[in-house]
Design a protein around this ligand. Sequence first.
Ligand code: MGD
Ligand code: MGD
Ligand code: SF4
Ligand code: MO
Length: 762
Amino acid sequence: MTASPGTAPQAGQSADIRVHGRICPFCEQNCATEVTFDHTAGKVVSIRGDKQDPLSQGFVCPKAVAVKDLHHASDVLTGPMIRRNGQFEPASWDEALDYAANRLQAIQAEHGRDAVGLFFGTSIAHIPGFAFYTGPLLNALQTRQIYSTSSIDCHPHFLAAMSMFGGFTSFPVPDIDRSDYFVLIGANPLQSNGSFMTAPGVPRRLKAIQERGGKVVVIDPRRTETARMADWYLSIEPGGDAALLLAIVRTLFDEGLVQPGHLTPFLKGVDALRAMAQDFAPERVGPAVGIPAEDIRTLAREIAAAPRACLYGRIGSAMQRFGSLTNWLINAINILTGNLDREGGPMFPQGVFEGVIMSDRCRDGQLPYDRWRSRVSNWPEMAGQFPAALMVEEMETPGEGQMRALVTMGANPALSSPNGGGRLSQAMSKLDFMLSFDIFINETTRHADVILPSPPHLSHSDFMVFFTFLTVRDYIKYAPPVFEAPSGALHDSEIICELIGRLTGQSAAAADDQALRMLVDQLRDQGNAVIAGLSFEQIVQHVGSEPGEDRMLDVLLRSGAYGDHFGDRPDGLTLERLKAMPHGVDFGAMEPRIDKVLHLPDGKIDLAPTVITDDLARLEAWVDGERDASLRLMGRRQVRTCNTWLHNFPSLAKGPELCVLLMHPADAAERGIPDGARVRVRSRTGTVEVPVHLSDEMRRGNVSLPHGWGHDEDVPGQLHAKARPGVNSNHLADHTLLDAPSGNVNLNEIPVEVELLATESA
Ligand SMILES: Nc1nc2c(c(=O)[nH]1)N[C@H]1C(S)=C(S)[C@@H](COP(=O)(O)OP(=O)(O)OC[C@H]3O[C@@H](n4cnc5c(=O)[nH]c(N)nc54)[C@H](O)[C@@H]3O)O[C@H]1N2
Ligand SMILES: Nc1nc2c(c(=O)[nH]1)N[C@H]1C(S)=C(S)[C@@H](COP(=O)(O)OP(=O)(O)OC[C@H]3O[C@@H](n4cnc5c(=O)[nH]c(N)nc54)[C@H](O)[C@@H]3O)O[C@H]1N2
Ligand code: SF4
Ligand SMILES: [Mo]
């Protein structure tokens, strides 16, 4: 199994070595890279940042070079696999697709549509074929059993955006380059490089705030790498953010610092918000969250006084006990201080085109929330999805609608989901059928009956689909394939359309047309004025009949803000023109556009959305409640890893052991645990054994373990990762700890016990 095309140069023949513009596929920053490729040998020679790219300007992090490993890894799948008698065997595309379609159809015919579930992971945001074609596949499956990693890290953000502004993609993004008071709540971009804020080189952009005289504030239970570079670090009790932010809101009202300015005409719920904050005086909140009342007041005053302030929350604000309340309040403070939708505050990117994935919005007064409920525990859906944490009970619990088959798309829930390696893996192993779209046999896909891999990474074109509504400037780049996909390989769009064709009794070409039609209908539905004047057939005349991802991109570019509007603006953007700008194109910074993003029926911003504020009773109880003495586990990210799948790449998986438990020295001393010892960490759901590293960067009472590790010896793939397997922190994660409004799982406050393991005799 090798992904490298090409042959060794013949004697006397010089190698064909060229530099290709690409996009780093590993995280949300989409950094522009230059890949030097030896076409004669089929090898990646080197990878560096593209200095001419207007957005990333040459920035890359240490992960960028791992595209080389991705290209050369011997265990990347090059063709479909079918599992027979417990062993994976190569199969032809027709055989694998026929088998998968037949099984899915038979299971739905016998047990109903919902007997097939689908779980998608981070790759659907990064791989254009997935980004465009997952919707059409869901349309073909017509199931309500839909899950994704969004309910592990994003749903509180989306619920806040939807309930306050009316749409998932009405999403405020920090205008980091023009802010001068930047508050990070539960984000550590010095390791993660930042998220929900596509701005390559976040560390240097934060530094620039300080250099222009501004201030960076970090609120985090751990004194992180970002906290250490900040001007002010506030150590907080995990889950304490919502209470802290309410105390800030109260201070703003008490001290006459509420100045929404240009936002005033759009606001409703101001009085309700003021009333809700009354109960959260800094003196009451301070002891619960571990921050003195005077610091809370100072923070409120500084935010209000700063000319251009921005509160930014990421996964520590979402993947926690009160994720929805916290994200509501982050938005609320940005609004009360008049910072939303103005330079240097959180703004709404227009983007080169509008967000089209997960872009649900309020329709006819109905939020895309709680339109139906989950079968087993009656949780509300959100944008058509149920919380990932519930997937296991839907597989295990018999009865009508039980999930008997699963499709995973670019996801590794066995490592990424709560209790993934334990109960979820057990449940996956018992399914009647499982289909995985993945390039590796890993902890999840080992349970699949069929695995359908993407073509080699460098053989598909690359561009952002998902991230345009999260990017701090209106920017886009198109990267053509470095080499043609080997004969016999299928592109992601082709794989999915072949499957849809088989499921719905049409050709793959017809399925592709249908997918394009869905995209056009969606744009029409979003009120895209360019699309409104054109029929589908007219649009096809413009973009041509060649199926696939590129044609979809062309539709988005041409109907977007800078597009040629299908001929109406002859100088506007088309895919062809974008291809002539190999370093990408930057149309400028974000601009105020609040009136374009408000989709609630009255066109207002709701400062007190009941779907979220109903959860205040739970917060009240927490503020005054007793804390038990147990330790609590949280996560952390490390710059050389990304979720579950980069441990398999030799360029990154070197250096000191990364999967270690961080613990405060005083907590360790109480348990007789010396630095460097091996410990057992036990929770309600599982046990792992790891080395411990003592550090006072941890807040007392909290321990930290990175996620994504735990590469078991008996997994057939992941050859390199298994050499440094680490442990699966999600063995400890409890799928019953959920944020009440959004169903997002709390992975940052898992009750655990830690004990010293007897030293092994040599
Ligand atoms: N305890 C704890 N758990 C966490 C987190 C945490 O902080 N703490 N973080 C959570 C977060 S924020 C997230 S987003 C999730 C991530 O959860 P997942 O999305 O499940 O994890 P990834 O490792 O990103 O999975 C990517 C998958 O895509 C596959 N892949 C890569 N490239 C391709 C390709 O070109 N084609 C195909 N078909 N497949 C490809 C990889 O092999 C891998 O299986 O994890 C969550 N889990
Ligand atoms: N190197 C690397 N980069 C990545 C990833 C990766 O795995 N590795 N994953 C990518 C993905 S999928 C995502 S979503 C992003 C996430 O990007 P970030 O949100 O920056 O993720 P983290 O670095 O985990 O930072 C979360 C912080 O929240 C803190 N925290 C935990 N609980 C609480 C709490 O209750 N309150 C507060 N205030 N803070 C809390 C943690 O201590 C931690 O420092 O990173 C992306 N980038
Ligand atoms: S920050 Fe690193 S991993 Fe993320 S896109 Fe840029 S180079 Fe790739
Ligand atoms: Mo994530």
